[in-house]
Design a protein around this ligand. Structure first.
Ligand SMILES: [Zn+2]
Length: 63
């Protein structure tokens, strides 16, 4: 189980996948959705939308 590198919250697979997709696939430390949203100055809702899109595209990071 991985934890957010900023707030230490336990991460879901979706959050790990999202971090890889948005930042870098080679990352070994990850941020949760809330911290990613803050990092990109966007809303968590927008990240949820992106997540849904990536899944629809069949992105392997989310399988
Ligand atoms: Zn966090």
């Amino acid at each position: 189980m991985k934890n957010c590198m900023k707030c230490k919250k336990p991460l879901t697979n979706d959050e790990v996948g999202l971090h890889k997709k948005l930042i870098n696939r080679a990352c070994t430390e990850f941020m949760c959705k809330e911290c990613l949203a803050e990092h990109f100055s966007v809303s968590v809702e927008l990240l949820d939308q992106k997540l849904a899109e990536f899944k629809k595209q069949g992105c392997l990071l989310f399988s």
